[in-house]
Design a protein around this ligand. Sequence first.
Ligand code: 3ON
Ligand code: FE
Length: 482
Amino acid sequence: MAAPAPQPTTRRWNRADWLRGYTSLTEERDYWIDDIEGNLPADLCGTLYRNGPGLLERGGQSVQHPFDGDGMICAFDFTGDGRVRFRNRYVRTAGFIAESKAGRFLQRGVFGTQKPGGWLANAFDLQAKNIANTNVAYSPKKLLALWEGGKPYALDPQTLETIGEDDLGGALAGNANFAAHPHYDRRTGEMVNFGIEPGLSSTINLYTLDANLNVTAQHRWEVPGFAFIHDFALTDDYAVFFQNPVTVNPLPYWFGFRGAAECLVFQPDRPTKVHLLPRHGGRMRTYETVACFVFHHVNAHIADDVLTVDSIAYETFPSLEPGTMYRQVEIEKIAASQLFRFTINLKTGASRRERLLERAVEFPSVHPARVGLPHRWAFMAMADAPTGNAPLQGVLAYNTHTGETQTYSFAPGGYVGEPVFVPTPGATEENAGYLLQMVFDARRGTSGLAIFDARNVAGGPLARLHLRDTVPYGLHGQFVAK
Ligand code: 3ON
Ligand code: FE
């Protein structure tokens, strides 16, 4: 008997609106937000830092992919007395400074942006521009702008002025990179982050940092084969890495035709390797699970010799169709990102993968006090339609105990980024807190910030802050409570 035909769903997004959210913000602003709908929670006090590509073209040339855009930090200061100040500043990377003077791209991007002048001008230039555009890490003395292809840039957390590239007191020697996905030990507050030295075999460096972002411990492991790893999951004793089955065919990159990330080749017949690295050093253990591609992990824990990892996985590397400008890409045809639970028996190696949600989701997080433990709630951005791949337009809270979801969609006019969970201090409920999510409002043609009660996502935003400009869709951020 034939399978029932999938139910058609009404599509509540359109390409022109969605793409308008990729508009560079060339000005650097500083103002008190005067367009606020709803009620600002009185106990939301502190600064939301967000990072993402701010500049998507130079000298009339567009980036090939938004992930190649120069990093721009946005800061929302919640004073606690009903006012919110907005600022945005570019990270003054070496590349940003030089290209601002020249008025054109001088360096290649990892995702395919080439220097003007065709392949001859790009061949054998293997120095990608550090764009510091992916995430932030905070300490009172410095805010780091993170990008996994290079070293972090330090900024003044108050003024957002760039201090300079930062090798973390010499811990990042030579070509060492520092990834953009730190995780925090719930017991000590320590930050754990990693860096990959790619090659025929790859080195994973694991760093532990204190509250001043000084490196207090550092360990390294070799993993066989090429590794492109964006994120990891932290348990009490381990750092868990998924080495997705990709290889690289570097020729088009070397010869100046493609960016490095456009040369990744997904290997559907090879397993995903799961590496368990003891956080304080020692022998790593490697397991296998089904072939898939993971950018972001939700959380992980180990109980009774079973490792459980919740992750957002794609059936294949969401390949960017090499050579295709991002504005031409048909998102409906790219593999969707879905929520999965991986379980691995650490004694037998038996692994299982279960899909928890059909809907396309990305940018997951949990309560910081549940990192490394079983969590009840996971928060993430979602597509409007319950099936298929589409731009992110809403926020979703997933209850792992019941499988229930709570959702809110800004469709048809709204397009969103990562929801940042801000826990209510001292609360016992795991979902007590706020979710802060940037929204591009295609009707107004400007971006803003929506604030949800995380316990009542379906009730819609408590408040919406409207900015004066479009802030291009961003990547990750962090809230620093006052
Ligand atoms: O040869 C290696 C290969 C490689 C690709 C070495 C390497 C480390 C230089 C490298 C570089 C990787 C880089 C720089 C990756 C940067 C990633 C980035 C800026 C963003 C990744 C975002 C991931 C996701 C899933 C975003 C999703 C966004 C949406 C669904 C909405 O817009
Ligand atoms: Fe990420």
